[in-house]
Design a binder for this molecule. Structure first.
Ligand SMILES: [Zn+2]
Length: 435
């Protein structure tokens, strides 16, 4: 256990704005003990982070780390034959079928390390490629957890349940690597894993993959048990029109209507919702449900744009396929996609009409709530997960205290990130370590 520490950057984001003179005391347990002025002194030394601003570490709610292996792939299209989500999925399945432990580890470590360099201190890993061999061993569960520990990123491992290859269809060959044959076995494996994680930086949730992979009765049972255990539940919902059509045909209801009928509540996060109707979305959000948008992936795959104007308080962000890891881009494209779709500006805004503050909230506190972790705010009791911004970075030049949040969210790239800290520990990379 290390000594407690007090740090003070030039400016600190206190949830609503950047403030000067804010000292943050990090306790021996890696959590924030106190935040305020005058904490140093009386024999207690403080460490000054000059030329830096502190933000809460970014929370990436939705990732499939192994898909980092598809970066740069599948971007050439046969003449007169457009690609789609479904043609992309075929390339993903090719990657899945050749996955072994070494590749899974290397890709996960690469993705998680890039995330930290992008200011992401916690990731919700939606983990559906679970079997390291077609016989059904769960070796990849530990591989992903180890890679996260090596990269020094906080992880909520969202263990996927995957039963059918499409609505009422058998599993295809590649999908056998995802298979969870029965609910009892799913929870037995979950319980074993719960005993193996490091509770300081790791937690578990569940992820019924989608209505394509999980029949409604299984979804209801999983959600009920998760509620009893106080676990977060994440699910892909209505990413593509074909999913809704197949679901309507088989069950006479949309996927989101099925989710709404189980009473999802505040621990349920629906990922994408790019084709969700206004009425279904209204019901879901009114019941406390959360919505995770993945703007860069949704753009890359041609998924569509989620309804967002009335759901700002429920929104969080994810990097999904990890074809690009820059959280500022995810933030600004959450808003830009809405601007392009509506012909207006300022769709994702807070109570004071501020866009950058609302996008930062989606990227931090809302994400932490979705993953069920004590993070996303620089406040007592939270994990000391933070990102330091280099205020001398050329791309931020011209900032003032009043415009810094907007300058960062709309103008920054990863180059302005000076370091990230998880549980009070700064990264060891050249960019991760602070002087
Ligand atoms: Zn996904």
């Amino acid at each position: 256990m290390r000594a407690a520490e007090i740090i003070e950057a030039d400016l600190t984001w206190t949830g609503e704005e950047f403030e000067a003179g804010v000292q943050v005391e990090i306790g021996r347990d890696g959590r924030i003990a106190r935040v305020g002025s005058g904490l140093a002194g009386r024999g207690r030394a403080g460490r000054r982070l000059r030329g830096k601003a502190l933000l809460p570490g970014f929370v990436n709610v939705h990732s499939h780390a192994f898909q980092r292996g598809l970066r740069g792939e599948g971007e050439t299209f046969a003449r007169a034959r457009a690609g789609s989500f479904w043609t992309w999925r075929q390339s993903m399945y090719v990657l899945v079928e050749r996955m072994d432990e070494t590749t899974m580890h290397a890709l996960s470590l690469q993705a998680f390390s890039e995330m930290r360099a992008a200011g992401i201190t916690a990731v919700g890993e939606f983990h559906y490629l679970r079997h390291d061999d077609p016989a059904g061993g769960y070796g990849f569960d530990e591989v992903v957890l180890h890679a996260a520990a090596e990269a020094g990123i906080r992880i909520a491992l969202l263990c996927a349940y995957y039963k059918t290859g499409g609505v009422c269809e058998p599993l295809a060959a590649a999908q056998t690597r995802f298979a969870t044959p029965a609910i009892d076995e799913f929870w037995a494996r979950f319980d074993r894993l719960a005993g193996a994680i490091d509770p300081a930086t790791q937690s578990l949730g569940i992820a019924p993959h989608s209505i394509r992979a999980v029949p409604p009765e299984d979804l209801a049972m999983l959600a009920e048990e998760a509620r009893r255990r106080g676990l977060v539940v994440h699910m892909h919902v209505e990413e593509q029109p074909a999913e809704i059509e197949a679901c309507l045909k088989a069950y006479g209801r949309t996927p989101m209507a099925i989710v709404n009928d189980i009473g999802p509540g505040p621990r349920f996060t629906a990922v994408h919702c790019t084709h969700t109707s206004d009425e279904d979305m209204r019901r879901f959000v009114a019941g406390g449900g959360r919505v995770c948008a993945c703007p860069l992936t949704e753009g890359n795959l041609g998924d569509g744009i989620p309804l967002a104007r009335r759901n700002v308080a429920a929104l969080c962000l994810g990097t999904d396929s990890n074809s690009r890891l820059c959280y500022f881009e995810e933030m600004r494209w959450l808003e830009y996609a809405q601007r392009l779709a509506t012909g207006t500006r300022g769709v994702i805004v807070d109570e004071r009409g501020r866009c950058a503050a609302a996008l930062l909230r989606a990227a931090t506190v809302n994400g932490a709530v979705s993953l069920g972790i004590d993070a996303g705010r620089i406040a007592p009791g939270m994990h000391a997960d933070m990102v330091a911004i280099d205020l001398d970075a050329p791309e931020l030049r011209g900032w003032t205290r009043e415009t810094l949040a907007e300058t960062i969210v709309f103008g920054a790239g990863n180059a302005c990130i000076a370091g990230t800290c998880v549980g009070g520990r700064w990264g060891k990379t050249a960019k991760g370590g602070l002087p």
